[in-house]
Design a protein around this ligand. Structure first.
Ligand SMILES: [Zn+2]
Length: 472
């Protein structure tokens, strides 16, 4: 089968969703005969165009009618012998073979979600051998569905996506510790590109300095997000060490010049190597005489001016053409100075109904939401895409592309920028405004920040209450 290699290339380490069309190929596809799983071959292969039929993306010149549903002139008809079948019915036929309808089956929620998803890309996903064969076996109860079973499959993005879907569909329990062990396994694989001595060193850094902190100080952090960040950092560390290896040096023998070169770019990503280097110095693996650059602080902080901020706020209140999710997220940044990291992690459980109306729990405080946000927040989460993941229930107010996950900070930031909100600058402006009006102790509660940093911010923005209190 050729699918393995292509599949990894398509849905590789960046974790893109797998029911998206392959970039650059548009939606047109003529599946290779090799892509059709043997377990669901035969008739299915014919329907899918592998056995002489073809997927026809051009608008039909003469009226065609789907053999199954009778609809005419739908886009993307597939020829089966002398007749035609529409995309929706082609997907249904494939699903009927892989995941047959069974009233009491544990996979029925997943089946329903798949049937409601965008048909063409979903069809291409479900007929992939590694997915189809596994689902067929599971549906027939020939193998028990466990995380171990999925771990035993060849590693590729498709299996991770399927695992997320199965958890979101309630067919498989969520397993937090597995998130960490999966990251550890993946880390081992990533380290294979390094020389053994370097791989050992990076592994012990992961073990002693990274893994113990994934759970966060209170054990409630978003583990998926934490492992995603750790993976990104690890990738940079490996890139840094590889650069040294290519230059013929070891990490221990790394020079000040090499460190300076690495950090000379303005790329924030390169700065993710800093904690690793500083751990090396603490553990005497790297000379303490070498100077590491200061921690990355990002670009100089610029605030959105207050007139601009109120213009944005008015638009969020009045512009019904904006996506409701963007309006709520935007309001939380623009009006309540919430960092995106807090906004993305909000769930339906944070939305409540008090005596005064709709509330939103932000850190330890309850916020009474004003209209239109009170109504809008109750309409979340909203289905934004047509993939299988979007057809499954979710508790996140701002769901991500993958089943069971919330949107990433970067993705939400991009959405807000598209409607003219520069999250960081606008939030800083909102924070300035709030700190002038709200006492630091209360502000700290609302914003979920430590009181000391709230006091520091208050002092910077001229709302120094200690000074004010001293004068009265
Ligand atoms: Zn049809």
């Amino acid at each position: 089968m050729v699918a393995g290699g292509r599949f990894t290339a398509r849905f590789g380490e960046r974790g893109q969703r797998i029911d998206q069309p392959l970039a650059g190929t548009g939606v047109h596809s003529r599946d290779d005969p090799g892509d059709v799983p043997s377990a669901v071959g035969g008739d299915l292969a014919n329907h899918l165009g592998a056995g002489g039929g073809e997927i026809d993306e051009d608008p039909p010149r003469t009226a065609r009618r789907c053999t199954d549903c009778g609809q005419a002139d739908r886009a993307g008809f597939t020829r089966t012998g002398d007749s035609w079948i529409c995309r929706v019915c082609a997907l249904r036929r494939a699903v009927d073979r892989v995941l047959p309808a069974e009233p009491s089956g544990t996979l029925q929620l997943l089946r329903a979600a798949i049937l409601h998803a965008e048909p063409l890309t979903t069809l291409r996903w479900i007929i992939r051998p590694e997915i189809a064969c596994l689902l067929t076996e599971l549906a027939a109860s020939r193998i028990p569905l466990t995380h171990d079973l999925l771990d035993a499959q060849p590693a590729h993005g498709g299996i991770d996506h399927l695992r997320d879907l199965l958890v979101a569909a309630g067919a498989l329990p969520a397993d937090q510790t597995r998130t960490i062990s999966r990251f550890e396994l993946e880390g081992q694989r990533m380290l294979a590109v390094l020389l053994p001595t370097h791989a050992r060193l990076v592994r012990s850094w992961l073990r002693w300095a990274v893994l113990p902190h994934l759970n966060g100080p209170d054990g409630t952090s978003d583990l998926i997000q934490a492992t995603t960040n750790a993976r990104r950092t690890l990738r940079q560390v490996i890139a840094f060490v590889s650069t040294l290896e290519h230059a013929g040096t070891t990490v221990h023998g790394c020079s000040q010049r090499q460190i300076d070169d690495w950090f000379s770019t303005s790329r924030a990503l390169h700065h993710q190597v800093r904690p690793f280097l500083s751990w090396m110095q603490r553990t005497n693996h790297l000379s303490r005489d070498l100077t590491l650059p200061a921690s990355y602080r990002g670009k100089p902080e610029r605030r959105t001016d207050s007139e601009e901020r109120w213009k944005i706020a008015r638009r969020l209140v009045t512009d019904d053409t904006l996506d409701p999710a963007d309006r709520v997220a935007g309001a939380l940044v623009v009006l309540y100075a919430q960092p995106l990291g807090h906004v993305v992690a909000l769930t339906t459980g944070h939305v409540g109904h008090g005596r005064e109306g709709v509330t939103l729990r932000l850190s330890s405080d309850l916020l009474d939401l004003a209209e239109p946000f009170a109504t809008l927040v109750q309409s979340l989460p909203r289905r934004r895409r047509q993939g299988v993941a979007e057809q499954l229930p979710t508790r996140w107010l701002f769901p991500g592309d993958r089943a069971g996950r919330h949107i990433s900070v970067a993705a939400l930031g991009n959405r807000l920028r598209a409607i003219g909100i520069e999250p960081r600058r606008t939030r800083l402006a909102a924070l300035d405004q709030l700190t002038k009006e709200v006492p630091p102790a209360l502000l700290a509660g609302v914003l979920g920040i430590h009181t000391s940093s709230a006091v520091a911010t208050t002092n910077r923005s001229g709302g120094n209450r200690a000074r004010y209190a001293g004068r009265t």
